[in-house]
Ligand binder design. Structure first.
Ligand code: ADE
Length: 253
């Protein structure tokens, strides 16, 4: 219960090994909340040279990942966890965009998640047809491979699993938990190079502090990511504050 399980199928397991062995990802594994197995697709290549890619049919530039090693690697992942259910995700720039909502969904996933990292230009279409349940992209840009995207998916999902972060609430309070950007944070000293911490944060008045933080979250979102306000969870008071902020901003223009 509460453990997130991944099999990452990749031609370059070394790209993932380092980050998985540091900080919160490492601790989550030690606590038994995260289980990641790295499998090198090349080890499932049949020929002597362990060739995992080949030229595309129809002739065009670039290489295509061969189907056989990928099918075998997926079979091995499934055989490694008999009785488990599986969700197979291909990381590629053609996928649906991975968002906080997707991270929440995966953080509750009870099946083992197979993350298939594409490389070279493309992967044989029969892999997508037969093996892949969904295709995810971490943004509208092209990476050299799906490995960094797989790490992003694991990282964003695991921090939402209860017990992974020290402070139970911090996962929710951060940006996007309620669809808004985060408010500013300060620590000691109260004055640094002439810049003071906002008075309200030193006041001990928790109600006023909460209001200030909410207002700053709304302000940051309005200024930097106004598109998020369309789907954020907003109260009547939030909407009133937003109107006030808009007026203030117009005045300064
Ligand atoms: N592989 C290459 N680019 C990618 C992206 N933007 N997201 C996921 N996987 C990728």
């Amino acid at each position: 219960m509460g453990t997130l399980r991944f099999d990452v199928l990749t031609l370059f397991p070394g790209i993932l090994a380092g980050p998985l062995n540091e900080s919160i990802l490492k601790r989550a594994q030690e606590k038994g909340l995260l289980d990641v197995r790295l499998r090198n697709i090349r080890e499932f290549a049949e020929d002597r040279h362990q060739k995992a890619d080949d030229a595309p049919y129809g002739g065009e530039a670039g290489m295509v990942m061969k189907p056989e090693p990928v099918f075998k690697a997926v079979d091995a992942a499934k055989a490694g966890s008999p009785g488990a259910g599986f969700l197979t995700i291909l990381l590629s720039p053609q996928g649906r965009i991975f968002t906080h909502r997707e991270a929440e969904r995966l953080s509750r996933e009870e099946r083992r998640i197979i993350l298939l990292c594409g490389h070279y230009e493309a992967i044989d279409e029969r892999v997508k047809e037969e093996l892949v349940d969904e295709e995810l992209s971490i943004g509208d840009y092209v990476l050299t491979g799906g490995e960094l995207a797989a790490l992003v998916v694991i990282d964003a999902a695991i921090r939402l699993v209860p017990g992974v972060l020290g402070d139970e609430e911090s996962a929710y309070r951060d940006s996007f938990g309620d669809g808004l950007l985060d408010h500013p944070h300060y620590t000691r000293p109260a004055e640094f190079r002439g810049r003071k911490v906002p008075e309200v944060l030193l006041s001990g008045n928790h109600d006023a502090i909460w209001k200030w933080r909410r207002r700053e979250s709304l302000k940051a979102t309005l200024l930097k990511r106004p598109d998020l306000l369309e789907t954020a969870e907003l109260t009547k008071e939030d909407r009133r504050v937003l109107e006030e902020l808009k007026k203030e901003l117009n005045k300064h223009q």
